[in-house]
Design a protein around this ligand. Structure first.
Ligand SMILES: Cc1cc2nc3c(=O)[nH]c(=O)nc-3n(C[C@H](O)[C@H](O)[C@H](O)COP(=O)(O)O)c2cc1C
Length: 174
C-alpha cells in the first residue's frame, strides 16, 4: 500500500501533496494523523523546511521498524533554490541529522520550492525572519549571494515559487 504524508504549517506543502495525491490516486494524510506507518510499502513524505528541519519527518519515521521492501521518497519544500548546489547540500545535511543512516541511504530525496506570506506568519516566525533579514542586510555587499539579495528584496512581501511541474520527477519515481 502507498501513502502520501505531509507536514505543512502555512499550506504550500499541503498544496503540493494534494496535487500529487490527485495525480497518483494515492491516499493523503497529514503527519499528525498517521496511525501506523509500518503498514505502508511506499511512503512519500512531503515536508516544509523550517530552519533546516523538515516539519514532522523525524516524528513520522521514528516509528518505522523494518525498512526491508520499503520504498521511501522524501520531498522538502522551502524557499531556497534547489538549483543552487550549496542549498541542496545543506538541506540533505539537515535530513541526515533527522533520520537513521539506513533510512537516509534508502530515501529518494527531492527538493521543491514553496511560498511565504510574511503578513500571515505567527509571531515567532515573524521574529525569526526579521532577525534573518537584519543579519542579511548587515552583510557587506561582496558577501551577499544571489539568494541573500533576493531575500532582502522580497522581505515582507508575498513570495510564491510553487510550481506543480516540479513534481514531475517524483510522479515518475512513484
Ligand atoms: C521561520 C521560518 C524558517 C524557514 N526556514 C527555511 C529553511 O531553512 N530553508 C528554506 O528553504 N526555507 C525556509 N523557510 C521557508 C519555508 O520553508 C517556505 O515558506 C515553505 O513553503 C513553507 O511551507 P508551508 O507553507 O507548507 O508551511 C522558512 C520559513 C520560516 C517562516
Amino acid at each position: 500500500m502507498k501513502v502520501i504524508i505531509y507536514g505543512s504549517k502555512y499550506g504550500s506543502t499541503k498544496k503540493y501533496a494534494e496535487y500529487l495525491a490527485g495525480n497518483t490516486n494515492i491516499p493523503l494524510i497529514e503527519y499528525k494523523e498517521v496511525k501506523d506507518i509500518n503498514r505502508y510499502e511506499t511512503i512519500i513524505y512531503l515536508g516544509a523546511l523550517y530552519a533546516g528541519g523538515v516539519l514532522g519527518m523525524k516524528k513520522t519515521f521514528k516509528k518505522l521498524i523494518n525498512l526491508e521492501n520499503k520504498k521511501i521518497i522524501i520531498a522538502t519544500v522551502g524557499l531556497g533554490d534547489p538549483k543552487v548546489l550549496e542549498n541542496t547540500i545543506n538541506i540533505k545535511e539537515g535530513i541526515k541529522r533527522q533520520l537513521s543512516n539506513e533510512l537516509y541511504k534508502k530515501a529518494h530525496i527531492y527538493h521543491l520550492r514553496g511560498k511565504i506570506n510574511y503578513q500571515k506568519l505567527n509571531v515567532a516566525h515573524k521574529t525569526m525572519m526579521k532577525l534573518l533579514y537584519k543579519k542579511a542586510k548587515s552583510l557587506p555587499d561582496d558577501k551577499k549571494d544571489e539568494e541573500t539579495k533576493t531575500f532582502i528584496e522580497t522581505y515582507n512581501e508575498v513570495v510564491d515559487f510553487v510550481d506543480f511541474n516540479s513534481l514531475g520527477p517524483i510522479i515518475e519515481d512513484i
